[in-house]
Ligand binder design. Structure first.
Ligand code: ZN
Length: 298
């Protein structure tokens, strides 16, 4: 009885929030989307999911590793002793996430909601999901990197290299019993001959220049929005790197004369007191929320 009572109590609040969100989006001149890991997780790409890990990496599961998050930590960096295993993990990780996984529902639904609206996206995700779902890459600022690209490990240059050919080669020739790629398949920089590595912002060797060209467009979008109604939709952004989306979104909301922040977050939906009157906090499952917004027909 208690449970039933709670559900009935909470429904009007949720539906009211969805109705408000739909109205804000409908009336917006500018929509700025900020997406974190929670968005992909709500579509099934959850780095803490042990069932998914067992299905994708049965060999590592046998060795006692339980999640993608654990494996990332174990294979964080390469050295001369572990390099063949390092690439066995990362070639498969990238292949699954960047190439095999199709566009996920939360991204497809979001595209339906936003395709006819003036929008821009900033994301810390590196899985390429926005592009798979149909969003224009010119409208995406992804400053943390891209699973589909490699760079020189040094780096000797600011060039990025599409990695699918390297990934396919490593996987097709790898020794599954050893969980190791062939030495000859380990990718080398075509410019200087050093090893290549993932293009992810893990330290100061990250090649960021090709990604940062969209930063100016992001800044312009925010500045231009000052003359109209701006809606910021923040999806699954926690506190791993709050300096990239979460805190700037709060600042933009605070300073903007006509902005609303829609923060959709299962774990951290709260906003600072100063912007609470300009915010809508929704702590339900992101996939459900986007689907409900979409179904309301923007
Ligand atoms: Zn190089």
């Amino acid at each position: 009885m208690f449970l039933r009572g709670r559900i009935i109590m909470s429904m009007p609040d949720y539906l009211e929030n969805i109705t408000k969100a739909v109205k804000f989006i409908k009336e917006a001149d500018y929509i700025l989307v900020g997406a974190g890991a929670g968005l992909s997780a709500s579509g099934g790409l959850n780095y803490g999911d042990s069932k998914l890990f067992k299905e994708w990496f049965p060999k590592l599961s046998e060795l006692g590793i339980n999640t993608i998050a654990e494996a990332i930590s174990l294979y964080w960096s390469a050295d001369d002793l572990n390099r063949r295993n390092f690439w066995a993990y990362w070639s498969n990780h990238i292949n699954k996430i960047r190439y095999e996984v199709p566009a996920l529902k939360p991204y497809l639904y979001l595209f339906e909601v936003l395709k006819s609206k003036n929008h821009f996206i900033i994301t810390t995700n590196v899985d390429g999901q926005f592009i798979k779902a149909g969003f224009n890459k010119e409208k995406i600022f992804a400053p943390q990197g891209d699973y589909g690209l490699f760079q020189c490990e040094k780096p000797c240059c600011y060039e990025l290299f599409h990695n699918r050919i390297f990934i396919d080669k490593m996987i097709s020739n790898m020794n599954n019993d050893e969980f190791a790629v062939q030495e000859d398949d380990i990718p080398h920089c075509p410019k200087c001959g050093s090893y290549m590595t993932k293009n992810l912002r893990v330290d100061n060797t990250f090649v960021e220049a090709p990604h940062m060209k969209n930063q100016n467009d992001y800044i312009d979008f925010v500045n231009n929005s000052m003359n109209g109604k701006l809606v910021l939709i923040e999806l699954g952004v926690g506190f791993n790197t709050p300096v990239i989306i979460r805190w700037p979104f709060e600042r933009i909301t605070s300073r903007h004369p006509n902005a609303v922040l829609i923060r959709i977050n299962m774990d951290y939906p709260e906003v600072p007191q100063e912007i609470s009157s300009k915010s809508l906090c929704i702590s339900n499952n992101i996939l459900k929320v986007i689907n409900d917004i979409k179904t309301k027909k923007i």
